[in-house]
Design a protein around this ligand. Structure first.
Ligand SMILES: Cc1cc2nc3c(=O)[nH]c(=O)nc-3n(C[C@H](O)[C@H](O)[C@H](O)COP(=O)(O)OP(=O)(O)OC[C@H]3O[C@@H](n4cnc5c(N)ncnc54)[C@H](O)[C@@H]3O)c2cc1C
Length: 586
């Protein structure tokens, strides 16, 4: 079946929905999503969305921009960061006006709390003066993403956006610098649909499921990255994956940084507040890359706590917090500790370990969501990306907490506006490629008709473990090369992937097999880029190259598919406006 809409958005998380709100009502706009919109991962976001509103103490978008640049280990593009931080107060108030139920101060203003890496200078006129944590994260208790997602979904419905829920997108239709639509499998029936559009936006989220311990939902399989890459487009900075310091031990389920923002403290087996040694000023509220490395360091030096299965963790201590803070500001995460680990956080420390959390890289775009054709200044006609799958790049080598929800509402809106401008300028439907949909059809028939081969689950488990072991928080050439070889072997085995369910209806066996293909291809790219970058910067820590190397590596990686199917790597300079790179201390 073929459908026509002015705009197709793939992904119903915060980014896709914020763009849809902008377009709906003006042009025909359909959102495709593989899960119900309200099950998008944005709904799992806990801690907050930041903006220098200054509701509780003095703050300033300029300070926010400085923190984001420093947090990014100077890899973020400073012009894009300025756009985001300057727009943040407006974007948050706009959400409030759309109906988002924020937590409030006693006076009724939007409440704000501290988060890692968000600071203010003690001397307001000197950015180099000592900096202390600032209350910049706006929140709805510890369910901020859910409040945001519901608000944007309701506003999309109000603006006549059409939803195709449980449609699994398998191809971007793209040729010669122009996008013309997508191909999707309707999960309920197995039917293949072609969506023809003047503009396509990807807002497909992240790929945390490449790693065994992850905070990401099951849908975080990096589909969008591979659909763009396999269509011939580049991906930027894929080596930069953020590990969040506090996942529940063994499970990876997130304990938001809000817990530390509200006063929680990390302790090692001796009860020591070890972050005092790594970041003497901001301590537990240092940026995530530093805290995650510190936890691993403590464990390596024998100060971790051994669990029943031999793996080690540290403790997140909330026992000293006022019970009112626990019940009103972080009820959800305290509940997770009780439910999943049987721990009572008001009385004992919560066992935590770093968890794969957020993709800093992605589909390269300009500040208006327009996808870059190459590492120079080329732009793809009719193709846009926003949210976690996009790389603007505002997060550089390490994202600060609460800057992602902000990224969604700032760049989702800007992408939506740019699409409206594109349509107003008289954009037409580009012709669909001949046989659109045939590739997906033959792929599904091939997988379903295979009677022997490799089952997806063991391949996935092996990939997730090897990525934890060799492409996690600390990396080196030996481990990365071994990871690359083993992923190569898994990709070979994947060529004969076999599934049990041969039916058409709700064939999740088939979907998971296709997702595994995307995961393996993304993993290969992540490891290739990580092996190539011989320095340590933000979330990419090379033990064999422990220093940041601005002389050779102050640049973005652009990976595209070569004729032989292997990645080709090129580079784009970092945009620097005001702040020259400096040593990063907190
Ligand atoms: C547990 C957790 C807590 C977090 N807390 C915070 C926080 O407090 N503050 C903050 O700033 N950030 C937080 N983050 C990060 C932030 O929530 C995410 O980066 C952000 O929500 C991603 O939004 P998105 O719109 O890009 O995509 P998502 O919300 O991930 O949505 C992706 C969408 O794409 C669709 N999709 C993907 N592939 C396909 C396909 N092949 N076909 C069809 N549809 C597809 C999915 O169905 C989904 O609708 C958190 C992340 C996690 C995991």
């Amino acid at each position: 079946m073929t459908h026509q809409f002015d705009v197709i958005i793939v992904g119903a998380g915060g980014a896709g929905l914020r763009a849809a709100v902008e377009i709906g009502g003006q042009y025909s706009c359909a959102v495709l999503t593989k899960v119900h919109p309200l099950r998008s991962h944005t709904g799992a976001a806990q801690g907050g969305v930041c903006a220098a509103l200054g509701n509780l103490e003095e703050d300033n978008p300029e300070w926010h921009a400085f923190d984001t640049i420093k947090g990014s280990d100077y890899l973020g593009d400073q012009d894009a960061i300025e756009v985001m931080c300057n727009d943040a107060p407006r974007a948050v108030i706009e959400l409030e006006h759309m109906g988002m139920p924020f937590s409030r101060t006693a006076e009724g203003k939007i409440a704000q709390r501290q988060f890692g890496g968000h600071t203010r200078p003690l001397d307001r006129d000197d950015p180099d003066s000592k900096r202390v944590a600032v209350q910049r994260a706006c929140y709805s208790a510890d369910r901020t993403g859910q409040a945001m997602l519901n608000t944007l979904y309701e506003n999309s419905l109000k603006n006549n956006v059409r939803f195709f829920s449980e449609f699994f997108v398998t191809e971007l239709l793209y040729a010669d610098g122009v996008a013309s639509g997508v191909v999707a499998i309707e999960i309920l029936t197995g039917e293949i649909h072609v969506f023809h559009a003047k503009a396509v936006m990807f807002a497909t989220g992240g790929d945390g499921r490449i790693w065994r311990i992850t905070s990401n939902a099951h849908v975080g399989t990096g589909d969008g990255f591979m659909l763009a890459y396999n269509a011939g487009l580049p991906l930027e900075d894929m080596e930069f994956m953020q590990f969040h310091p506090t996942g529940l031990w063994k499970l990876g389920i997130l304990v938001s940084e809000a817990a530390r923002g509200e006063g929680g403290i990390l302790r090692n087996k001796d009860g020591e507040r070890f972050m005092e040694r790594y970041a003497p000023t901001v301590k537990d509220l240092a940026p995530r890359d530093m805290v995650s490395r510190a936890i691993i360091q403590e464990i390596r030096e024998g100060r971790g706590i051994k669990g029943s299965d031999g793996t080690e963790y540290v403790l997140l201590d909330l026992t000293h917090l006022d019970i009112k803070i626990i019940t009103e500001k972080i009820p959800e995460i305290v509940g997770f500790a009780r439910t999943y680990l049987g721990v009572e956080p008001t009385k004992e420390g919560v066992p935590v370990q770093p968890t794969a959390h957020y993709v800093m890289g992605g589909i390269p775009t300009d500040v208006d969501g327009r996808v870059r054709l190459d590492h120079k200044d080329g732009i793809v006609k009719g193709f846009y990306a926003a949210g976690e799958c996009a790389c603007v790049s505002v997060h550089g080598a390490n994202r600060l907490g609460t800057n992602s929800l902000l990224d969604l509402i700032v760049f989702g809106r800007r992408g939506g506006k740019a699409i409206v401008e594109f349509l107003k300028s008289g954009a037409e439907f580009a012709p669909l490629p001949p046989n659109a949909g045939e590739a997906t059809k033959s792929k599904t028939v091939e997988i379903k008709s295979r009677t022997s081969g490799n089952k997806p689950a063991p391949l996935r488990t092996e990939m997730q473990q090897l990525m934890m072991d060799d492409c996690g928080i600390f990396r080196d050439a030996k481990g990365l090369q071994s990871a690359l070889d083993r992923i190569g072997e898994l990709r070979e085995k994947y060529k004969t992937v076999v599934i049990d369910d041969k039916g058409n209806q709700f064939n999740t066996d088939l979907l998971e097999a296709i997702e595994l293909g995307n995961l393996l291809d993304t993993a290969q790219l992540v490891v290739t880029c990580a092996l190539n970058r011989t320095e340590t910067r933000g979330g990419h820590a090379r033990e064999d190259f422990p220093d940041r190397d601005d002389h050779n590596w102050l640049k973005h990686t652009f990976a595209s598919k070569n004729g032989d199917g292997n990645p080709r790597l090129e580079y784009r300079p970092v945009a620097i406006t005001k702040y020259q790179p400096k040593k990063r201390v907190y």
